[in-house]
Design a protein around this ligand. Structure first.
Ligand code: NAP
Length: 275
């Protein structure tokens, strides 16, 4: 079996490639700028699709969230993926609560109406954000500013998402399932930063931003209206308590418990050190 992993350079795609390789599955790692073992794939350039899809029996889809006019792209890609029997879509927790704001709702519908054996993953916020997108602010100033109030989030390790994706792509029994994936406990951002700070022996702090100030900051950094609206929606869900949910799906599907933030923090402590 060969699986095309879209978003293979990203936070879930990298461990998906690792998890499939560990199961003896051949993977094709897709990127707009692939390395030696990857394949060129760009949602926004359909000429790249056919060579990437050639002979592929399984698909891991990080959807075209960054392509402004992305409706229809997942549907068309699935139609072009003639040989692909199984597909796993990376969606997100809360997509069903704000379907007009969060673009993944469209792609869930496109996957559901395909003739593939589909599985949809709805993960909570990733633990890996602290070590990637949020890392520069934490490394430099030790402060993270977000409009999350003091609401709790059951941050999930992307390696657990990858283990679930690998199971869904290689085992029977996962078709037509929507899996809500979370970490083992819900923490506020202040508590999460305390966990990271203890691992690195440094004070890391969280500051609650007003949603309007957050939106202004995104616009100043060059974000378009669509991204601002979508991100504001996601943080509104957090403030409403929607991301505090803890599920046992990782353990049910993979047989191992979901990884706690403490493990991620200890394994990656050097990221947040201030020297
Ligand atoms: N971050 C979270 O906490 C979180 C939580 C739940 C769900 N999600 C979902 O996860 C998805 C990924 O978000 P992320 O911010 O964490 O990013 P990420 O997966 O770390 O990185 C984005 C990936 O998408 C690929 N990509 C971007 N534009 C592409 C294009 N035009 N064509 C092909 N590939 C493209 C990038 O590959 P190249 O740059 O190599 O081409 C990269 O591998 C989003 O749909 C988001 O809703 C994220």
């Amino acid at each position: 079996m060969t699986v095309l992993v879209i978003g293979a350079t990203g936070k879930t795609g990298r461990p998906v490639v690792e998890a499939l390789t560990a199961r003896g599955v051949k993977t094709r790692a897709a990127s707009r700028n692939p390395g030696a073992n990857g394949v060129t794939f760009d949602w926004a350039n359909r000429d790249t699709w056919a060579p990437a899809l050639e002979g592929v029996e399984g698909l891991y889809l990080v959807p075209p969230y960054a392509v402004p006019d992305g409706a229809g792209l997942v549907r068309d890609l699935l139609a072009a993926a003639h040989d692909a029997r199984r597909v796993v879509l990376l969606s997100l927790l809360g997509v069903d609560l704000l379907p007009d704001v969060i673009p993944m709702a469209v792609w869930e519908d496109e996957v559901r109406s395909s003739r593939k054996e589909w599985t949809i993953l709805r993960p909570n916020w990733f633990q890996q954000n602290f070590g990637e997108g949020f890392a520069p602010a934490l490394h430099e100033g030790g402060v993270l500013e977000l409009p999350a109030a003091d609401a709790a989030v059951a941050f999930v390790d992307t390696r657990d998402i990858a283990d679930v994706a690998a199971a869904a792509l290689t085992e029977q029994g996962h078709a037509r399932n929507v899996y809500v994936l979370t970490g083992p406990r819900a923490l506020s951002h202040a508590e999460a930063l305390r966990v990271l700070g203890e691992a690195v022996d440094r004070k890391l702090t969280y500051t609650a931003l007003e949603p309007g100030a957050f939106a202004d900051g995104m616009r100043k950094a060059g974000a378009d209206d669509r991204s601002v609206t979508w991100q504001r929606g996601l943080f509104a869900l957090i403030r409403d308590g929607e991301n505090a949910v803890v599920t046992d799906t990782v353990e049910r599907v993979t047989g191992h418990p979901a990884r706690p933030l403490e493990s991620y923090a200890q394994e990656n402590a050097s990221i947040w050190r201030d020297q």
